[in-house]
Unconditional design. Structure first.
Ligand SMILES: [Zn+2]
Length: 89
C-alpha cells in the first residue's frame, strides 16, 4: 500500500506552468497523505515515470494536482495496475 514514505512532495495549482507561479509545491506529511487519498480514488489519475522516479497526477479543466513518488513508490503503483506512461527527457 502506498504511504507517505513512498512520496517526496505534492503540487497543486492552476492548470499550466508548473514552475511555481500558478501553484505550490509542498512536502509536509499532511499534504502528501491527502494527495495519496485524493489521487488514488480518482479514476482519471495519470501515472508518469522517468528514470527510477515518477508521479501520480490529475488535471481538470482548471487545476493540476501532482504527487511525486520515490522509486519504491513507483514499484508499488505499478503493482496496483495503474497504466504507466514512461516519460523520456
Ligand atoms: Zn511559471
Amino acid at each position: 500500500m502506498l504511504n507517505i514514505n513512498h512520496t517526496v512532495r505534492a503540487y497543486t495549482g492552476k492548470r499550466g506552468c508548473m514552475c511555481g507561479c500558478l501553484g505550490q509545491y509542498k512536502d509536509s506529511e499532511r499534504v502528501r497523505k491527502l494527495a495519496i487519498t485524493q489521487l488514488l480514488k480518482d479514476p482519471d489519475v495519470v501515472f508518469d515515470t522517468w528514470a527510477e522516479e515518477g508521479c501520480l497526477s490529475v488535471t481538470t479543466a482548471t487545476r493540476t494536482r501532482v504527487l511525486y513518488l520515490t522509486s519504491e513508490g513507483v514499484d508499488i503503483v505499478r503493482k496496483m495496475g495503474i497504466r504507466e506512461n514512461q516519460v523520456y527527457g
